[in-house]
Design a protein around this ligand. Structure first.
Ligand code: SAH
Length: 403
């Protein structure tokens, strides 16, 4: 290949038969699929990926210290991986969400969702005038400056901030990274509008990039189901579901979380939305314990939201996680009267929907109750699932009506 840039001659040679997932456009190349690496590519560098017979499968970014040794940029073509390539991919991601980004009632929105937007390892969320990015893979890390440059142009904003998750980056051999990438530093609290609900969040200190944007559709669902109901919002964080419930006409919302700073922000959020202290309570407690106390005290609710943190980070932890999901659902079921709604979630990728449904069914049964599933819930449309990449479906929820 006399005209090929030296960089592109660095090549991953796959073992025989290991090309099949790439032919289906799954973007990951695991270390075990690689027979040899030629040309000594560096971290994040573009490499050719070829099958055992030397046939080109596509171009990828190399990550020498990760189990996922490479992530595909392109399939089957020799299209250059350059600044223009990132411009086009980012433009596509923005175009897919144009109606959401133009909605003045939705000023918090994910703009780029990694592999689902053909940009492995890149997350970009918009909160009002600010963008927050996560660079979670050596490939996007290498192109950070170009990505920031294009984002400025494609999504008008005042500043771009980085909140790359330390643990994920460590697996990639990357240092933790947080701070301003371009423009103005966001203020400590940024406000978003979500269908009339106002939420403040901390870009520098909040969970994830600041807020649970993935629950947007489900907050809308809870709003629709809340009219006249007493609501218990467990693992409330900054009040996301609680405010949606009051907006939908809930008679009262009791919110539980074990994080003081999250509850302080929740307090501010209820205040901003004009709700009075008679409409809600905020309690700093362990959900597992307080549900038992409520049972002893014979408390009852009409709708209970369970949105716990990720109990299983890996497949290995899934048994312990399954027990935790079951315990919390069992305790909650006991507090619901006839016709009560249990809205229960799992964001653990290691627990799939059939398993989560079984855990919930067992919990309701063990609570001595019967019920039906009224709605299956998932992550919002700005967190789409790439068809070749089912791993990106991580958020599962059920609305169960108990008899
Ligand atoms: N429902 C929220 C997101 C929940 S994130 C939203 O839609 O915005 C999970 C929350 O659970 C975090 O705020 C964390 O502080 C809290 N948490 C974790 N373990 C807990 C426990 N055992 N008891 C109470 N809260 C807990």
């Amino acid at each position: 290949m006399p005209n090929c840039p030296v960089e592109l001659m660095k090549t991953l040679h796959l073992n025989k038969g290991r090309e099949s997932s790439l032919l289906r456009r799954h973007p990951w190349v695991f270390s075990g699929a690689i027979e040899r690496v030629s040309g000594n590519p560096g971290s994040g560098e573009t490499v050719r990926v070829v099958d055992a017979g030397g046939k080109l499968l596509g171009l990828a970014a190399y990550s020498p210290s990760s189990q996922i040794r490479a992530r595909m940029w392109t399939f089957g073509t020799e299209q250059a991986i350059d600044s223009g390539f990132f411009h086009d991919r980012l433009q596509m991601a923005v175009a897919r969400r144009q109606s959401m980004l133009n909605d003045p009632q939705r000023t918090g929105c994910r703009v780029v969702y990694g592999e689902s937007d053909d940009l492995p390892g890149l997350i970009v969320d918009r909160y009002g005038d600010f963008l927050v990015c996560q660079f979670l893979f050596a490939g996007v890390e290498k192109w950070k400056a170009e990505i920031v440059e294009h984002l400025r142009e494609l999504v008008p904003c005042k500043g771009i901030y980085e909140r790359s998750e330390a643990a994920v980056r460590a697996r990639e051999g990357l240092e933790p990274a947080q701070g301003l990438l371009w423009g103005e530093l966001p203020p400590e609290l940024v406000e978003i509008n979500e269908q009339g609900r106002l939420y403040v969040l901390s870009i520098a200190h909040g969970h994830k990039t600041g807020f649970y944007l993935d629950q947007y559709d489900n907050r809308e669902r809870v709003r629709q189901l809340s009219q006249g109901r007493s609501v218990l919002n467990c693992f409330c964080y900054t009040g996301g579901f609680g405010i949606a419930a009051l907006q939908g006409g809930a008679s009262h919302v009791e919110n539980i979380d074990s994080s003081g700073p999250s509850l302080e922000l929740a307090q501010e959020n209820f205040r901003r939305n004009g709700f009075t202290p008679s409409q809600f309570t905020l309690t700093n407690a362990n959900v597992f314990e307080i549900l038992r106390e409520f049972k002893q005290a014979q408390r009852h609710f009409d709708l209970i939201v369970l949105d716990p943190p990720k109990f299983a980070e890996t497949k290995a932890q899934f048994k312990r996680a399954a027990r935790a999901y079951k315990d919390v659902a069992l305790q909650a079921a006991a507090l619901l009267g006839p016709g009560g709604l249990l809205v229960t979630f799992s964001c653990s990728g290691a627990i799939d929907l059939p398993l989560f449904q079984k855990i919930t069914a067992d919990a309701v049964l063990d609570a001595g109750r019967q019920g039906q599933i009224q709605y299956y819930l998932h992550q919002a449309a700005d967190h789409p699932v790439g068809l070749p990449f089912p791993e990106s479906l991580y958020l599962k929820g059920l609305v169960c009506r108990l008899d």
